[in-house]
Design a protein around this ligand. Structure first.
Ligand code: MN
Length: 324
């Protein structure tokens, strides 16, 4: 098994709230959310659960139980610590059974797992996001979803509720396959066809860097993390690369970094992730539409301003007339 990883805060955020695990045969992405730096805490806790899990067990049940354990850990911390209240994280986990070539995948949120096979890119996971639900139900096209203002609203997260509904499935690897786990900081910035053009199964490190560079060139509006792995036929256990688990270094001065968006850049606010349960999507959209339809204070002030100007003009005209 060969693997590579790259992570970058992007061009607009000071912190990297993504975490990853690249510890063959276990790979994962976690994209944290929450005020201040709670997102980093949530994704870091989730990654730590996987890193500490040891090697025993394979398959979908194992992946699901790891994500459930991460959910318990993040939910508990969120309830203990007021500053971390409401925090959560996405999790996309892949556990490879090298002896059979089967890959168990577990998934919550809008990070993604992809497979590149025979020159085409296939998204293996369903996005647990508001736009993902709307696309699957036929209410929104893929193109509309790409620029939808609510595209960072997710419908499931790890750590926001006592229990979490985890998608699990197994795919069978073939020689030459390339697998990609990534956060939405990649997929919101570059389209699938560009991802496909940038990946190279023969140079995973180069591909990981190229994907991060591509997302930054596309705007870099969010943290970007990619984990790549490929299975080689006939490589024995000794050929497995040493594992690597990492987090971004802690912030130097937490107090100075309450504001997550970098200053001095274009005033486009970074969109923070929010969780809306799938059952509440219709209600959420109605509220968003009502808010959009409500006239802004600036707009409602304009007629009033014109009326005042008119009265002043008439008064001046009257004074001028009288003075004559
Ligand atoms: Mn993200």
């Amino acid at each position: 098994m060969r693997s590579a990883v790259a992570t970058d805060p992007g061009r607009r955020r000071r912190h990297n709230e993504d975490a990853f695990v690249c510890d063959p045969p276990l790979f994962a992405i976690a994209d944290g959310m929450g005020g201040a730096q709670a997102g980093e805490v949530a994704s870091g806790l989730a990654a730590a659960v996987l890193s500490e899990s040891g090697g025993e067990g394979l398959g979908q049940d194992r992946v699901a139980s790891l994500i459930q354990e991460a959910n318990r850990r993040v939910f508990q911390r969120a309830n203990e610590d007021a500053a971390a209240s409401g925090m959560g994280t996405t999790m996309t986990v892949a556990l490879v059974d090298a002896s059979t070539g089967s890959i168990a995948i577990g998934h919550v949120g809008d990070s993604r797992a992809y497979r590149v096979r025979d020159g085409s890119l296939e998204q293996l996971t369903d996005d647990h996001s508001l736009v993902g639900e709307l696309v699957r139900s036929g209410k929104l096209s893929e193109a509309e979803a790409e620029s939808h203002p609510q595209r960072s609203v997710i419908t499931r997260a790890v750590g926001t509720e006592p229990e979490v509904d985890v998608d699990t499935f197994t795919v069978q690897a073939e020689p030459g396959d390339l697998y990609l786990l990534c956060s939405d900081g990649l997929t919101d910035m570059i389209p699938d066809r560009e991802i496909l053009a940038l990946v190279d199964v023969d140079d995973l490190d180069g591909a990981a860097r190229a994907l991060v560079d591509g997302a930054n060139a596309g705007g870099g509006e969010d943290n970007i993390t990619v984990v790549l792995f490929a299975l080689e036929p006939g490589v024995d256990e000794a050929g497995v690369a040493a594992g690597e688990t990492a987090r971004m270094p802690a912030a130097q001065d937490p107090a100075a970094d309450e504001e997550d968006t970098l200053s001095g850049l274009d005033p486009i606010p970074a969109v923070d992730t929010a969780v809306v349960p799938a059952a509440a999507i219709a209600e959420h959209l109605e509220r968003a539409e009502a808010e959009a339809a409500r006239p802004s204070p600036r707009r409602s002030i304009l007629p009033l301003l014109l009326l005042v100007l008119l009265i002043v003009a008439i008064a001046l005209l009257a004074i001028w007339g009288l003075s004559r």
